[in-house]
Write a protein that binds this ligand. Structure first.
Ligand code: SF4
Length: 459
């Protein structure tokens, strides 16, 4: 193993770390990440440590233990953020120093920790996440046993120099778990879902959603004789089998490249976009209908039930105003579609996620309506849009919101206020207008403040 420069990390030295990882035998992982999560044409966006995405996926699962292997400062930041988001779970940590890193003792320490943790009475799976320095040093998690006393052992590398965003890091772990579960299902019978198997054919849903959204999707599918299947990332191991058992999966969030690979390897159809707004829902129901070969009359029945209330919600609560929008959740294009259909003048959508086939329909729909779509958007892109379009409302990440407020522009945090609401079907159409209109109503207050403070307000 080669020692990596421990002081390098997310504030610099990415190229060196990447080279060190290649030299340490991690070339295959680095190449796979480069293909799954392409950078460019712009650089990696600025956001939190990507490993948070994997950590969060593991922490939300029942009977799953998570262990981090990395620099203490990275682990401190990641556990702090986890608890800030209410994880209420212990995060295991295997500390290291330069000596244990270069001699291979760190790997032995991880192995020992995993054996101690793998109690089948407590856990279905133990997840070990290599952060930047152990990945760059080639700490070989692949050499851990695949299973100890029936407890699955999942080792993943989630370095900031290979996985660009925390959104895609969710996919790294979800994809690794699906791959494992798929192999198990190929070898013999597996556990049924806790609530039993659905009688109707189900559609698996990819992407973390507001809890009411899968319920709403289920209601939209019902007239077609279909049901909403498990949401991946799942809340427990056995749901992985149920998800893979679905004849099709909906990539509601379009960046789950590794997970989609597993669904496709299992022979499942994968659909892009989502049931957002009137046109989005109509197109999506059509796509689901053809994936499941649903008779025309049943597809029409589903549309007749779902679409008029969505139109009604838009008419009851129109949005008026110019908006720019950016975020790193992966649902930015869907939110923009909803806003456009609500009547908003959306000029710019920036997403930290990459362009994939699963958001092509949304990109095309938005660009046809004159909205600028920026994949892998950096803070500079978002701020340039703010300056150029001078919106009545900026929806964005913390630094975008700060800058907007300095410019006396009403602003909303995407993560806290937009992605914490339903987006699908009629629920999405109503809920979004409420929060956006409340924020737009602040324009007069900002104008008053600007008039009072004058130049000092935006300096
Ligand atoms: S693990 Fe995360 S916090 Fe640590 S250096 Fe890498 S990207 Fe930065």
């Amino acid at each position: 193993m080669t020692a990596a420069p421990i002081e390098a990390g997310c504030h610099g030295g990415k190229a060196e770390l990447r080279e060190a990882a290649r030299a340490a035998g991690m070339n295959e992982t680095i190449e796979r990440y480069a293909a799954d999560y392409p950078l460019g044409p712009h650089d990696q966006p600025q956001s939190m440590c990507p490993a948070f995405g994997s950590l969060r996926v593991g922490l939300r699962m029942r009977r799953t233990a998570t262990v981090l292997s990395g620099s203490a400062c990275c682990v401190y930041g990641l556990t702090f953020t986890s608890h800030f988001y209410g994880a209420r779970r212990t995060v295991g940590y295997v500390p290291f120093n330069s000596e244990t890193l270069v001699t291979g003792k760190l790997f032995e320490d991880i192995r020992e920790a995993v054996f101690k943790l793998a109690d089948p009475d407590l856990y279905d799976a133990v997840v070990i996440i290599n952060l930047c320095v152990p990945t760059a040093s080639g700490v070989p998690l692949r050499l851990l046993p695949k299973e100890i006393d029936g407890v699955r052992i999942i080792g993943i590398d989630v370095p900031g120099f290979g996985v660009p965003t925390h959104a895609e890091a969710k996919d790294v772990l979800a994809g690794a778990m699906l791959a494992y579960a798929r192999r198990e299902a190929e070898q013999g019978p597996v556990q049924a879902p806790r609530a039993g198997r659905t009688e109707r054919p189900a559609l698996a849903l990819l992407g973390e959603m507001f809890p009411a959204d899968p319920v709403g999707i289920g209601m939209m599918l019902e007239p077609m004789g279909l049901a909403a299947g498990p949401v991946v990332p799942t809340r427990e191991w056995r749901e992985l089998y149920a998800a893979l058992d679905c004849p099709a999966a909906a990539a509601i969030h379009p960046f789950y490249t590794a997970s989609i690979r597993e669904f496709e390897a299992a022979g499942r159809t994968v659909l892009g976009s989502a049931p957002v707004g009137y046109e989005g829902t109509a197109a999506w129901l059509e796509a689901v209908g053809s994936a499941f070969a649903v008779p025309r009359a049943m597809v029409d029945a589903a549309k007749d039930r779902a679409l008029p209330p969505i139109r009604g919600a838009f008419e009851r609560a129109p949005v008026r105003g110019r908006i720019t929008l950016s975020g790193y959740e992966g649902s930015e294009l869907l939110v923009a579609r909803l806003l456009v259909e609500s009547g908003a003048d959306v000029r710019y959508v920036g997403t930290a996620c990459p362009r994939t086939p699963w958001s092509e329909a949304d990109r095309d729909w938005l660009e046809t309506r004159g909205v600028m779509v920026q994949y892998r958007a950096s803070l500079e892109h978002d701020l340039a849009a703010l300056k150029e379009f001078r919106p009545d409302l900026a929806i964005g990440t913390t630094p975008v919101v700060q800058r907007a407020k300095e410019m006396a522009i009403p602003a909303l945090y995407f993560t806290n206020l937009i992605s914490a609401r339903p987006l699908m079907g009629v629920a999405g159409a109503g809920a979004l207008a409420q929060v956006v209109n409340a924020a737009l109503a602040n324009t007069a207050r900002f104008d008053e403040m600007r008039a009072f403070f004058g130049e000092a307000a935006s300096c």
